[in-house]
Design a protein around this ligand. Structure first.
Ligand code: BES
Ligand code: ZN
Length: 613
């Protein structure tokens, strides 16, 4: 017990006391940015953003004379400082050595302590936080498209700043872009340009990873009192229909965790190369089109991004070592929204599928990545991404909820969001909050030893209760009988299955399932033609492993259009694991790579090699 407590203290003080962030070059202990103003032109020909960034500064250390900012592949041409007298003055600056993960520190020397600095710069065409699409990668084929993805440490590739979630700031922006295109940001979005420029304002303080921009041929449709969907014109009808429940989701979240504090909650549906399912950019979630299944069966993703309006955007992880505070809480809240809008059955099925996939993923995950707080410092957030912070984090909160009941747990969680609103917090802050609130009257919620195990040890604690759905148990039984040859594919079930039931069915197929069994399923259910991306993905995985020929043509189409890393990376891994498929993988990647986002390229390069493209 004593030893466990010591482990817990050790595992967390490292982060609690660090004024600097291991993922940032910034000298946060000496100076903090307090506001950002961007003035940028979007140049599609050169694939560059160019202009300047103004940073307002608060100097914490009276002796400090240097401001260190994060950059990656930025072309910095000039830096100026403005003192109390309001006069601008050129400042000396130097870019330091380039770290492959962190980029280059921009060291700015001042004689005094300027209240504002202006950095003139341009981005590189390969900026890791931007994707520039040619017209052929859009639905109409008529215009180019640009979008950003700043999380975790890519904001620095398009804005020089203190790129740490420990720092929060409001921002404004003035953006110029080609006339036919709409510009959107994670901010108050104007209806159109004024005198040729788009003006944006985000009044609440946000961390840098929530800075976002998109430029393209986009139409808008209001689908609720505070919800507008933006999408390419040809996708707008489908998107508006798919996401029609969004306002209800906001109401449910508010009833549980208090008022939605960001004004509007709009959705931007991106082209399919968007590397994530969704990104919780404030006031404007970025969404993959691969969740438009036609039957709303994948819209828990909207619940997830919306939930970040409390867990993440309001109460923010102070460093990427505390990522589970963002994603675990969000996965828990997502499920509460799903339960209220779509029912208990749907919610429990999602929990069970999530938990099963987590356990499966952990079998091949290094032990230091299996704890909620990774037991190694300075890891690359892109390379170490897993479902641990998501589903294990949610599982811990679910455990607390089950022990004390919702009448106690719901107000506790609301108190966490209210008590730390617009703050960046670390795991130690949460543990203290737990001790100071929930545990005072409800010590049964969790023991210190149990908590230490969740936070610092691999695996899932034996005391955790697994979600169990009757309907998924029936799926297990149907699968068993089908695989044992006791029943024909077409007769293995009486009722149609929903998406979760199919996902569970496919996840449970053995690795060495025979080709002939897949053919029988295909004949009965046409799985090779599935247009639901989550079902298709799992079916392709099974098809690759079994060498089931009919999947390879649709798989190729999928891989050259969809750039969502969660799908693309495992598919290439599965292909690469079969020596006879490496040629196919190399050929398809050569075609797909130029269309992928840098973060997806990096993931697949590590499997197939970068020469393929
Ligand atoms: N914030 C994440 C996406 C992210 C995480 C981007 C880390 C970059 C680094 C977002 O909220 C998210 O979790 N998206 C998930 C969807 C969700 C339903 C699990 C995704 O993209 O798959
Ligand atoms: Zn998330």
């Amino acid at each position: 017990m004593i030893r466990l407590l010591a482990t817990l203290a050790l595992a967390m003080t490292t982060f609690a006391t660090a004024a600097r962030d291991p993922h940032s070059h910034a000298n946060l202990d000496q100076v903090r940015m307090t506001a950002l103003h961007l003035d940028l032109a979007v140049d599609f020909e050169a694939k560059r953003l160019a202009g300047f960034a103004d940073l307002d500064l608060e100097w914490l250390d009276p002796d400090a004379r240097e401001l260190v900012l994060d950059t990656r592949d930025l072309d910095v041409t000039r830096v100026e400082g403005r003192g109390d007298d309001g006069a601008w003055q050129a400042l000396r600056f130097a870019l330091g050595a380039r770290d492959p993960m962190l980029g280059q520190p921009l060291r700015i020397r001042a004689s005094g302590q300027p209240a504002r600095v202006r950095v003139h710069y341009a981005t590189d065409p390969t900026a890791s936080g931007l994707q520039w699409l040619g017209p052929r990668q859009t639905m109409s084929g008529r215009h180019p498209f640009l979008f950003s993805q700043s999380q975790a440490i890519h904001a620095r590739s398009w804005v020089p700043l203190q790129d740490s979630p420990a720092v929060r700031f409001p921002y404004r922006a003035r953006i110029t872009a080609p006339e036919a295109l709409r510009v959107l940001m994670s901010a108050e979005n104007p209806d159109g340009p004024v005198a040729g420029a788009w003006h944006f304002r985000m009044p609440q303080p946000i961390p840098s990873y929530l800075l976002a921009i998109a430029v393209g041929e986009l139409d808008a449709r209001e689908i609720g009192p505070r919800v507008t969907v933006y999408a390419e014109p040809q996708r707008l009808d489908a998107a508006a229909a798919e996401f029609a429940d969004t306002e209800r989701m906001i109401e449910v979240a508010e009833s549980l965790y208090g008022p939605y504090r960001w004004g509007r909650y709009d959705l931007l549906v991106l082209p399919p190369s968007f590397p994530y399912g969704g990104m919780e950019n404030p006031r404007l979630s970025f969404i993959t089109p691969t969740v438009i299944a036609g039957d709303r069966s994948l819209v828990s993703l909207i619940a997830h991004e919306l939930a970040h309006s409390w867990s993440g955007n309001l109460v923010t992880n102070a460093s990427w070592a505390d990522f589970w505070l963002n994603e675990g809480f969000t996965t828990y809240v997502e499920n509460r929204i799903v339960e209220a809008v779509y029912g208990t059955d749907a919610a429990i099925m999602q929990q069970q599928v999530g938990q099963a996939e987590l356990l499966d993923e952990m079998r091949n995950l290094a032990p230091y990545l299996q704890s909620l707080v990774p037991q190694k410092q300075g890891l690359d957030p892109d390379a170490t991404f897993s479902s641990v912070p998501y589903d294990k984090g949610a599982w811990l909160l679910r455990t607390l909820e089950q022990r004390v009941g919702r009448e106690v747990f719901d107000p506790f969680l609301r108190g966490w969001f209210d008590g730390h609103a617009f703050e960046s917090v670390d795991t130690a802050t949460f543990v203290n909050h737990l001790r100071g609130h929930l545990l005072v009257e409800h010590p049964e919620a969790i023991t210190e030893a149990e908590l230490a195990e969740w936070l610092t040890k691999p695996g899932i604690p034996a005391i955790a209760v697994a979600a169990r759905s009757e309907r998924l148990a029936a799926v297990d039984e149907a699968r068993r009988r089908f695989l044992a040859g006791e029943v024909e594919a077409g007769a293995m079930k009486d009722e149609p299955w929903n998406t979760q039931e199919w996902l569970h069915f496919l996840n449970g197929l053995p690795e060495d399932v025979r080709r002939e069994r897949l053919a029988a399923l295909d004949a009965a259910y046409r799985l090779t033609d599935a247009t639901n991306s989550e079902i298709a993905f799992r079916w392709y995985m099974a098809g690759i492993r079994a060498g089931y020929e009919p999947v390879f043509a649709p798989l190729e189409r999928f891989l050259v259009t969809v750039g969502r890393r969660k799908f693309v990376k495992p598919l290439f891994e599965a292909l690469w694991a079969v020596p006879e498929r490496r040629e196919f993988a190399t050929r398809v990647y050569a075609e797909a790579r130029p269309r992928y986002h840098p973060v997806t390229q990096a993931a697949v390069d590590a499997i197939v090699g970068r020469d393929a493209g």
